[in-house]
Design a protein around this ligand. Structure first.
Ligand code: FE2
Length: 375
């Protein structure tokens, strides 16, 4: 056996939970019909599938949207006694499910629950005329859940029970291509507990870590560790608040989401200038950094392909490391509670997360916190 074979074998042995990627992200929202309209109009998502009373589902309505590899599901309760209604009453709109595509949803459930995961859904088979899907699930931080989806034997539009959603209203996509990473905010001193959860229960590795010295401004601080799964397809930074002179942005999130949850979803694009121009034209609001950021930019990152004047006009940030650079920008929260937001990211070699932008970015977040009276 040669070295490559040994490496391949040891990786196979170690990765007891091979994930093929994020299958979909499902948000529980107060009004899924209107949220779907927002994600189509503002973010350029396309109508894919629907389930609700018309398809025989009585307690909820779900709209499935797609843009390239990103699948977003928006679900709302149809009755006040539903657990979906309780979830949105408590948390506001937010991510309920982060679903992974797997080859085997039964072994995914067994491997993780044997290692200590709290079961959420025992493996079940859902079937319709287009085939069958096996789904299982485990609890993650807060009320967030990881689902395992084995759709090997399914040819339908989304999942059994959903029908194709044909709409006459189809705004053009804005170039969003895939989920780059998803960030979880957890409670005070709980980061390492959740890092261990991803390490020991899901077999992730720690990619990098940032402490409060990396991520602090004059006023507030946070700590973060980035977890990555064995196939490298799933990246989950985990944040916890840290002590500062004023309230950490993570603490503000926890106060309003009423506990741990998804802080942001980073969506990649092959052309951030085009994507952000389109998003901005469609009404998406982004965090802005002071113009001094762009005066120092060339000195900090050296030559880049993009025109810095255009980046400044749009508010796009740049960071560089040994492998290349990345461009990124953050929306303001997309709900009235200051909770979940989106990041738009274009990677040009860099596999990092924009450490060089943390200070400018967090100062921008603090200005917003201050406007809300939460700093
Ligand atoms: Fe991010």
């Amino acid at each position: 056996m040669n070295t490559a074979q040994i490496t391949a074998l040891s990786e196979t042995v170690q990765d007891f939970l091979p994930l093929n990627g994020i299958d979909f992200v499902e948000l529980y929202v107060g009004n899924a019909k209107q949220a779907a309209h927002f994600y189509k109009t503002a973010f350029g998502f396309q109508s894919l599938a629907y389930s609700g009373p018309e398809t025989g589902v009585k307690d909820r309505a779900s709209y499935v949207l797609v843009q390239r590899k990103i699948v977003l599901v928006l679900t709302t309760a149809l009755s006040p006694t539903s657990e979906i209604a309780a979830h949105t009453h408590f948390h506001g709109d937010g991510v309920k499910y982060i679903a992974f595509t797997v080859d085997n949803a039964i072994s995914s459930f067994e491997e993780t629950t044997q290692r200590g995961a709290k079961p959420y859904l025992e493996p079940i088979t859902k079937t319709d005329k287009q085939g069958s899907v096996i789904i299982s699930g485990i609890q993650a931080y807060g009320d967030t859940v990881h689902l395992f989806i084995d759709r090997t034997n399914y040819h339908g539009v989304f999942l059994p029970g959903f029908q194709k959603w044909e709409s006459h209203y189809n705004p053009t996509p804005v170039g969003l291509a895939a989920i780059d990473h998803m960030v979880g905010n957890v409670g005070w001193f709980e980061m390492n507990k959740w890092v261990d959860y991803y390490k020991n229960i899901l077999g992730f590795n720690q990619l990098m870590s940032f402490d409060d010295k990396d991520i602090s401004t004059e006023y507030s601080a946070l700590m973060s560790k980035v977890m990555q799964n064995g196939t490298g397809k799933v990246k989950f930074p985990i944040n916890e608040p840290a002590e500062g002179k004023k309230k950490s942005q993570i603490e503000e999130y926890l106060d309003f989401y009423k506990g741990p949850g998804v802080q942001h979803i980073a969506l990649s694009t092959p052309n951030i200038v085009e994507t952000v121009t389109a998003l901005s034209d469609r009404g998406i609001e982004f965090l802005k950094v002071p113009t001094t950021y762009y005066k120092e930019l060339l000195e900090r990152v050296g030559h880049i392909d993009e025109d810095i004047e255009i980046l400044e006009k749009l508010g796009i940030l740049v960071d560089k490391d040994d492998e290349g650079y990345l461009l990124q920008i953050f929306t303001k929260p997309v709900e009235d509670r200051p909770t979940m937001f989106f990041e738009i990211i274009q990677r040009k070699g860099s596999r990092s997360f924009g450490k060089g932008n943390f200070k400018a970015l967090f100062e921008a977040i603090e200005r917003e916190q201050e406007l809300r009276g939460n700093l």
